[in-house]
Design a protein around this ligand. Structure first.
Ligand code: NAP
Length: 303
């Protein structure tokens, strides 16, 4: 099969369309013919040479943690959707490819009206803030601060916090402020004077923070909450424990996807696409994400 993969770590240019062995589903697994795969900052780090613990570290290495496609083959005993079912799913690496194999409980049937591009970028963009808001106990009447609120994860964090009944303040550059308002957040510009602007927007402080930016965003947030455990950082993995700040728990599931689909189908949750690239242009998709600016998700489509 074809995959966008790399044989050595490096810049976006190491990512090339190449032939790799087509995976076969083992017991309890199923294979999906991929139609779209989301692109995450995680993938850029992997391509540059970082390797998460517990994953096979050989080459060629295929990035991609989220995908959508059609179930193609089930392994023995796999209790998953039947062959032919359109699904959204998650994995760790391997999704930038024509086929992906995952445990059968890592896919959920895709809403019929959801376009493939949206479905491909749905899992990580939605599950990450869904898990974070749950872990922070965000509910009716809370004030939530989302840093990098216009990004792939932040855009969904804003919407899910609003659905939970919270007031939301989101940081972004002024170019994205109208976008944040359209999602239901009060926009605040990052950069010099951030703390003063946040205090003006939330005179009583904030109840929970999702930090998708790190650095100054995290420093300022620590001064706005009563307890650092009210903050989940998506970025500062190395510093979090020392600061008493939390990381996103590992709780991805098909049930969580299905719960989020309800909001999508009811029109309460939308995914803005920042860029859609064919698999052969995965390097350009990485270049786009690497700018660090823009709104919504970058997605690869697979013919
Ligand atoms: N731990 C996890 O489970 C997990 C999962 C997914 C993602 N993440 C991490 O979460 C972070 C965000 O991911 P993403 O996919 O949403 O990335 P993304 O889409 O690339 O985020 C881009 C956004 O960041 C904003 N931004 C840049 N600098 C900023 C600053 N100083 N303050 C506030 N906003 C700023 C940009 O806004 P402007 O365009 O307005 O500048 C842009 O909207 C990444 O570090 C990623 O690795 C973690």
């Amino acid at each position: 099969m074809k995959a966008a993969a790399f044989n050595r770590p490096g810049g976006p240019e190491v990512l090339e369309l190449m032939e790799v062995p087509t995976p076969e589903p083992g017991p309890g697994e199923l294979r999906v013919r991929v139609r779209a795969a989301g692109v995450q900052p995680f993938d850029l780090a992997v391509r540059a040479g970082w390797m998460p613990a517990g994953l096979p570290d050989g080459f060629p290495r295929v990035p991609g943690n989220e995908f959508a496609g059609v179930v193609d083959r089930l392994g023995t005993g796999a209790a998953g959707p039947a062959a032919g079912t359109e699904v959204v799913g998650f994995t760790r690496l391997t999704a930038y490819a024509e086929y992906v194999v995952v445990p059968a409980d890592q896919v959920a049937p895709k809403p019929a009206g959801m376009p493939w591009e949206v479905a491909g970028g749905f899992s990580a963009a939605v599950q990450t803030p869904h898990i974070a808001l749950e872990a922070l106990g965000v509910g009716e009447g809370d004030t939530v601060l989302v840093h990098a609120a216009a990004g792939g994860v932040g855009s969904v964090a804003v919407q899910l916090a609003r659905i939970a009944g919270a007031a939301v303040i989101g940081t972004a550059s002024p170019a994205n402020h109208d976008y944040l308002r359209s999602l239901g957040a009060v926009p605040v510009a990052y950069g010099e004077g951030l703390e003063d602007r946040l205090r003006a927007a939330a005179p009583d402080g904030v109840d929970a923070v999702i930090d998708g930016a790190g650095g100054e965003a995290l420093e300022v947030s620590l001064r706005l909450v009563k307890d650092p455990a009210q903050i989940i950082t998506l970025v500062e993995h190395d510093r979090a424990a020392g600061l008493g700040v939390r990381l996103t728990p590992h709780r991805r599931s098909a049930a969580r996807l299905t719960d989020a689909f309800r909001h999508y189908e009811a029109g309460r949750l939308r995914i803005h696409l920042r860029g859609v690239f064919p698999l052969a242009r995965a390097a350009d998709a990485h270049r786009e994400l690497a700018t660090g600016h823009g709104r919504g998700k970058v997605v690869l489509v697979v013919d």
